[in-house]
Design a protein around this ligand. Structure first.
Ligand SMILES: *[C@@H]1O[C@H](CO)[C@@H](O)[C@H](O)[C@H]1NC(C)=O
Ligand SMILES: *[C@@H]1O[C@H](CO)[C@@H](O)[C@H](O)[C@H]1NC(C)=O
Ligand SMILES: *[C@@H]1O[C@H](CO)[C@@H](O)[C@H](O)[C@H]1NC(C)=O
Ligand SMILES: *[C@@H]1O[C@H](CO)[C@@H](O)[C@H](O)[C@H]1NC(C)=O
Length: 429
């Protein structure tokens, strides 16, 4: 039973990410802003408030820019956010737009220095002639302030649009992937990155495939995967060679010839790839399905889940309104036993890998009333529509859930429905 514990109005949300313990939740939006939410601390007399996330910090991560050489506008939209594990009192996260990755430090301040010798309390310089005694500055308590400061800017390394960033398990490096290349960075070095994958053909007219997503293995710092617009996944080992153009493993499911159509190639494009927490499986999302692959089996996925198979007959109109190019993400729950991904009409789907049960839920205003329990929704295909069912023809394709996140150890999920962020959690008692 999921119940809503928070609904936040924002700009159009473009990414959602919990930190490694789930106490912080970061969102990025179309306007280049990052908003960080912090979970309320549990207290004895406020049990019902547990799980509420409140705004902790808001800052402008990216600004619109103009590339004069190419006469191109560079949008400020945040494509991805990735947290670094906490190492000291401050928090660090990476945020990226199409071209530039930034490392942000978010820290708290509740004291301020007072009693300088060379300047007054407002910060104005004092005339040295008036200084007759020496003071010792002191730290005085003040209201808690959360500051975000850009610590590193990793720019000028991507010709195409960045679709993924992933922090390596060595915590010293990360990678950034665009349509044709993947670069490896050291957190300390901003003026240099290593190109680890390059699929740009010598002649761009021969281009048949682009990189759509990439991620490091959660435990093996030498291994990563990337997915492509042709529905394939490549696993690479950086120990094999500096340039990972030759993959170690290649995951692909042969197409069922009976299903071949004009749209086959478009709908097989992978929009997201995620390692399971255990590192044993990879999950991919394409337009109509979610697939789970075993790292030890390359020729077919071990599980395939239909997200919205009823759209198979609607591909023509989804092509005309461009929806067929929507990039849905997918996430695992903390124990890799449940999978969540989005759909249209503000619906999102959950698949239990053990019981094989699945459910369609809706992120809507009605469902965000306190203590309301999310009711399963059902889409009806042809025939007679039962009460509570919704017909395929009345689905709203402008309401789409592309970005979701799952708390790493609890049943708390964050669902971005255009400009609303919903947080649902398992009903307590
Ligand atoms: C996540 O954020 C919380 C702050 O509320 C912090 O205490 C925790 O250490 C962070 N977890 C990690 C692994 O960075
Ligand atoms: C990067 O910057 C460092 C320090 O400023 C410098 O020593 C190094 O040569 C630079 N590397 C490149 C590739 O420009
Ligand atoms: C072929 O289409 C049917 C539904 O029309 C679907 O159930 C099946 O999974 C598809 N096969 C493949 C390999 O995608
Ligand atoms: C994942 O989902 C299953 C099924 O709902 C649940 O039993 C398990 O506790 C979840 N794991 C985590 C870590 O949330």
């Amino acid at each position: 039973c999921l119940t809503c514990v928070g609904k936040i109005l924002a700009d159009i949300i473009s990414t959602v990410e919990f930190n490694h313990t789930g106490e912080l939740l970061a969102t990025g939006d179309k306007g280049g802003r990052v908003v960080i939410f912090q979970r309320e601390q549990e207290s004895k007399n406020q049990v019902h408030r547990r799980g509420e996330y409140n705004v902790y910090s808001t800052f402008q991560s990216h600004e619109p820019e103009f590339d004069y050489l190419k006469s191109l506008e560079i949008e400020e939209k945040i494509n991805k956010i990735r947290w670094l594990p906490q190492q000291n009192a401050a928090y660090f996260l990476l945020s990226t737009n199409d071209k530039t990755v930034k490392l942000w430090k978010v820290s708290e301040r509740d004291k301020r220095p007072e009693g300088y010798n060379l300047k007054d309390e407002e910060g104005r310089l004092r005339d040295p002639a008036t200084i007759t005694t020496l003071r010792v500055p002191v730290l005085r308590p003040m209201d808690l302030m959360v500051e975000a400061t850009p610590r590193r800017v990793f720019a000028n390394a991507h010709t195409y649009h960045i679709n993924s960033i992933s922090v390596n398990s060595d915590y010293e490096t990360y990678m950034s992937a665009d349509d044709l290349r993947i670069n490896l960075w050291n957190f300390e070095i901003t003026n240099q990155s290593f190109n680890i994958v390059d699929i740009k053909p010598a002649n761009m007219e021969e281009l048949t495939e682009v990189i759509t997503a990439a991620e490091f293995h959660p435990h093996h710092c030498n291994t990563f995967v990337y997915s492509s617009s042709k529905g394939t996944i490549r696993l690479c080992d950086m120990r094999a060679s500096a340039l990972c153009d030759r993959h170690t493993k290649f995951f692909e499911e042969p197409e069922d010839p009976s299903n071949r159509s004009f749209f086959s190639e478009i709908i097989s494009s992978i929009s997201d790839v995620k390692f399971s927490h255990s590192g044993r499986y990879i999950m991919t999302r394409d337009y109509l399905t979610v697939k789970v692959w075993d790292l030890n089996m390359e020729n077919r996925p071990i599980e395939t889940y239909q997200v919205h198979d009823y759209l198979r007959s609607k591909l023509c109109s989804l092509y005309e309104n461009d929806c067929i190019f929507d990039k849905f993400e997918c996430v695992w729950n903390g124990s890799d036993s449940v999978i969540m991904t989005g759909s249209y009409n503000n619906f999102f789907r959950m698949f239990d890998r053990n019981t094989k049960r699945d459910v369609t839920l809706e992120a809507s205003r009605e469902n965000s009333k306190p203590r309301a329990i999310l009711k399963p929704r059902k889409v009806c295909v042809g025939g007679k529509r039962r009460k509570d069912e919704i017909s395929v023809d009345s689905l709203d394709f402008s309401k789409k859930i592309l970005h979701t996140a799952w708390h790493p150890s609890e049943n708390i999920i964050a669902v971005a429905a255009t400009n609303n962020l919903y947080i649902f959690q398992d009903k307590v008692n």
